[in-house]
Design a protein around this ligand. Sequence first.
Ligand code: TXA
Ligand code: MG
Length: 342
Amino acid sequence: MRRSLDSAAGGSAREDIQRAAEILKKGGIVAFPTETVYGLGADAFSPKAVARLFEVKKRPSFDPIIVHVSSILEAHTLWKEIPAVAQRLMKKFWPGALTLVLPKSDRVHDIVTAGLPTVGVRMPSHPMALALLESFGKPIAAPSANLFGYTSPTSAQAVREDLGDQVDFILDGGPSTVGVESTVLKIEDEQTGSILRPGGILSEELKPFLNARPRKRFEAAPRKGVESPGLFESHYAPRTPLALIDIPLEEWLDRLERIKPLPRIGLLSLKPRAQNHLFQETLYLSQTGDLREAASNLFQAMRRLDKMNLDLIIAEAVPEEGIGIAIMDRLKKASGGRPFIL
Ligand code: TXA
Ligand code: MG
């Protein structure tokens, strides 16, 4: 369901969108809400404006950027050819959390795709994102509005804290409802796709359309030939070390109890848990253990714990089903992909 513009951000939303569009037209960069996470946008056809995205995010130049559009028709201008399966996927899932990767047209500059012959495109569903795209009138290149490798922002406040005055304007559209990024799907042929990043659209939802295989992760950041840096082992990470625990917490607590002095630890659990003296803070992602709700709270909770001056964040594993696959992908990467042994 689409929220109306004014309920998304108060009565001044329209003026703010106009202002943001003007800034984009002048080659500036603007953070804006999407239903997945906040994006940091620039004119997709201006290499100079796109270069600023890399600079502000401290993003390595080999990491390609997703281009956002306001219609399926606009996506057509960015790709060389559009297989029938891509048409069907766009009709079904757009606007929404699905990025499609296909060979790029000549209109897309190399800086956007980091030299790759393909470009990832998506149409977001957040009413403010759509209004901005329509007001600007051209595609917007936008990575998530965080420093490279750090936890993604799901609120305007999180963007402000990360990027502050380096951004020309921040559009506030309230908290992102999905909470994890879009699913990045590379279309290989009419029958096959590779999921380069699990996200808001589930692999079981893609099944009726094509055989979508998860892509194996890299062991470490390779120097070249990176197909999708979202596959890196370390990403989305808070500054506080994060350990992902996939054994029952009780077992782990017994071992923790023996450590002296006790480190300052924050616990991130799926469901509410009784307070335990071993933890400085306990945050839960959902009152009922609902995975959709957990996804929408994930990055905000990680950021909250990261501000508490802890020695360690412990995250409990969530079931790897449905959107739990995307949550676990983010938690594994936030933990640096290393198993945690106490
Ligand atoms: O939900 C989202 O996708 C958010 C919002 C703002 O739309 N955007 C986002 O962008 O997460 P970013 O830059 O943080 O992540 C984009 C991911 C990266 O892992 C990048 O490597 C991958 O998509 N990607 C982009 N273009 C690609 C391409 N042509 N081939 C392979 N991977 C690509
Ligand atoms: Mg990102």
